[in-house]
Design a protein around this ligand. Sequence first.
Ligand SMILES: Nc1ncnc2c1ncn2[C@@H]1O[C@H](COP(=O)(O)OP(=O)(O)O)[C@@H](O)[C@H]1O
Ligand SMILES: [Mg+2]
Length: 148
Amino acid sequence: MKITIETHSPAETIALGERIGALLRGGEVIAYRGGLGAGKTTITRGISVGLGLGDEVTSPTFALVNEYAGEKLTLYHFDMYRITSAEDLETCGFYDFMNERSVIAAEWSENIADELPDDAIYIDIARVSDEVREITITGDERFEALGD
Ligand SMILES: Nc1ncnc2c1ncn2[C@@H]1O[C@H](COP(=O)(O)OP(=O)(O)O)[C@@H](O)[C@H]1O
Ligand SMILES: [Mg+2]
């Protein structure tokens, strides 16, 4: 299923992320597509809040992966900008972190398109104007609830 939602501020994008986060159970890979400044890190902040992991999410650009650990689930927030091969992906821990107690959220997933699991949840973010984003979520039936 696929659903498109327009947000009109960073706060609205965070609120949407929060609703997405609340639908996650662990074991998911979230694959972002959308260029620099689209809002990938911003929506991840909301997802972290929705998972009960707080809003202290910053860009993983320098660390490659930031980890936000909770009692039940851990969020691994990746930046795949400089990941260009399956070997790089293995080295950065992508496969090690993938399990039922983790949520992986990957910025620049375009770079690892062939390595993503079949059930990856895609979040495409298009910049409509300075403050407006068109956000399309492709995933299972759970995410239909976001349309309500
Ligand atoms: N509706 C919106 N949703 C998300 N970010 C927005 C929105 N409107 C403006 N912005 C701004 O766009 C930028 C998005 O940055 P960021 O989330 O770091 O993007 P990315 O991780 O995709 O590079 C921030 O400066 C944010 O304030
Ligand atoms: Mg970012």
